[in-house]
Design a protein around this ligand. Structure first.
Ligand code: FAD
Length: 506
């Protein structure tokens, strides 16, 4: 059933439900549907309506005080279906290594293993309608390189907009009551402050109700989950789940930067088959570092995206002497450094055929944070302040990704790779949003999963430490991010949480 809390008839919701889920993005809807299938009564609260409105979106407005980042009301969507109304559909599961502790990555290691999520792989693939195209191994590694390996990425196709795809199933479900324009604005805890007794829900007209259930699950997304908990400070001074000052810390993105430009060897036989192939016909290949390389170079994981440019395999235009000379210098490992140093402060402006982008894992860092700003929203809750920080380890990883592809291309004579200027600069600086993609709108880590409340906000079952019946869904629970897009893992975690709650409800 779908109910609109802004409409006059949006009322009779006072009956207790088994589970109250707040947020109807991929995390909330996957969880609701699985619980409903198991015959549990679910109250699904959604702050927005069926379509985008400025009224709802404005609640997401906030500030950025860290590295240059997207405005927080642009980087997510606040209506039915959540940010899946906007996402790109790129999908991949985390690999085994991503869950493990690595000595050179502080705060790494999940309290669960890949095997805990594997049973949900097939259903997640089905929910997200994924397909996996075959993409050429442009770098010709054939699984034999000790440092880099190609991985196959999947795509949601046709792209799954949760609000559109699952509206009918929710509307017709006897077990789900989905309330639109229902903003969770506060929590009521019991007298010991160790369980939730109800959620305070408001519409946009000054009305509302108290949502009651046996269990509550917050699925507001990786920025809003911590903001909601931090604002819930009426009964617990520093916010719910925040007794160790961890809510909002460890904010991670997937840094997305152009790390290098490629001057390709157009006459290499590997490229011959792409002569005349249009850009649209050239798909992106993904390469990631082997565990061996990560340990040797002490780096994070990364996804190097290699998409050659149209015209590769066709002889480049070298009609003028100057162009020929420049290519000659830029292709020479000996001449180029000499030419660079002769230029003084700047480097030779080498021609290039295409750029290489890396989307990297970000190191978990307590100083990278979602905080509360000074301004308040229409409900009196403090707006979000995003303080995104990257470290030397992040920059070192991005640089190594470029060096590795350079090594492979030079060794195989596929071309020459030139690192981006900012990467060879020793300062800890990064391009801003006017010069590069910067991030993927992936918001992770801010209510991290851990084995103890000293190390995180939720336990391995996603229950908030110290609050018996409150759980969290979404990528805010990721202790580390891997380099792959988060939604596949978000859905796997929601399905696993549904099974956990099913057991608890029996
Ligand atoms: C441009 C763009 C491209 C992306 N591309 C990809 C991609 O290719 N692959 C990928 O894996 N990921 C991608 N993402 C990220 C992806 O969209 C998110 O990982 C995913 O949507 C997160 O799901 P979620 O359910 O946790 O949160 P959301 O989808 O953000 O859903 C949160 C829900 O909670 C609701 N809500 C918030 N506050 C309240 C409140 N107080 N009360 C009640 N309800 C509330 C919101 O209205 C929303 O419906 C992209 C994101 C963007 C912006």
């Amino acid at each position: 059933m779908l109910v609109d809390l802004d409409a006059p008839e949006g009322a009779a919701l006072g009956v207790p439900f088994d589970v109250c889920i707040s947020g109807s993005g991929p995390a909330g809807i996957s969880l609701a549907l699985r619980l409903a299938k198991k015959q549990h009564r679910v109250l699904l609260l959604e702050a927005g309506g069926l379509t985008f409105t400025q009224t709802s979106n404005k609640v997401y407005i906030g500030s950025n005080t860290g590295l240059d980042y997207f405005p927080s009301n642009v980087s997510r969507q606040r209506f039915f279906g959540g940010t899946s109304n906007h996402w790109g559909g790129w999908c991949h599961a985390l690999n085994k290594d991503n869950f493990e502790k690595r000595n050179h990555v502080p705060y790494s290691g999940w309290p669960i293993k890949k095997e805990d999520l594997d049973p949900y792989f097939a259903e997640t693939a089905d929910i997200l309608d994924i397909e996996t195209p075959r993409v050429p191994d442009y770098l010709q590694l054939h699984g034999e390189d000790p440092n880099l390996e190609k991985i196959d990425f999947s795509y949601s196709s046709p792209i799954t907009r949760f609000g559109i795809k699952y509206r009918k199933a929710i509307e017709s479900s006897e077990n789900i009551t989905c309330v639109l324009n229902a903003n969770v604005v506060d929590f009521n805890l019991d007298e010991n402050a160790d369980s939730v007794s109800s959620l305070v829900v408001s519409n946009y007209n000054g009305g509302g109700f108290e949502a009651k259930a046996g269990y509550y699950v917050l699925c507001h997304g990786g920025i809003e989950n911590p903001r909601t908990l931090l604002n819930a400070n009426r009964q617990i001074k520093h916010g719910i789940g925040n007794s160790n000052d961890l809510v909002g810390r460890f904010f991670m993105e997937h840094p997305h930067f152009i790390v290098a430009s490629v001057l390709a060897n157009h006459s290499h036989p590997a490229f011959a088959r792409y002569a005349g192939v249009k850009q649209a016909g050239l798909e992106t290949a993904f390469y990631e570092p082997t565990r061996n390389l990560q340990e040797k170079e002490k780096i994070l994981s990364f996804g190097l995206r290699f998409r050659p440019k149209e015209g590769i395999g066709t002889a480049p235009d070298t009609s003028s002497f100057k162009t020929r000379l420049k290519r000659f210098i830029c292709e020479s490992d000996t001449l180029l450094p000499l030419a660079d140093s002769a230029k003084g402060d700047s480097r030779v402006n080498c021609p290039y055929d295409f750029h290489i982008k890396t989307a990297s894992e970000q190191s978990p860092n307590p100083a990278s944070r979602i905080k509360l700003g000074k301004e308040v929203d229409r409900f009196g809750n403090r707006r979000v302040d995003v303080d995104w920080q990257l470290t030397e380890l992040d920059k070192h990883t991005l640089k190594q990704s470029a060096l590795e592809v350079g090594r492979v291309m030079a060794r195989k004579d596929l071309g020459r790779v030139r690192l981006s200027n900012w990467l060879v600069d020793s300062a800890l600086s990064f391009p801003d949003t006017s010069h590069d993609e910067v991030g993927g709108n992936h918001h992770m880590g801010t209510t991290r999963m851990a084995t103890s409340p000293e190390q995180g906000v939720v336990n391995k079952n996603l229950q908030v430490f110290g609050i018996r019946n409150l759980y969290i869904g979404g990528s805010s629970v990721f202790p580390t991010s891997g380099h792959v897009n988060p939604t596949f893992t978000i859905v796997q975690l929601s399905l696993r949480l549904a099974d956990h709650l099913d057991d608890a409800l029996i």
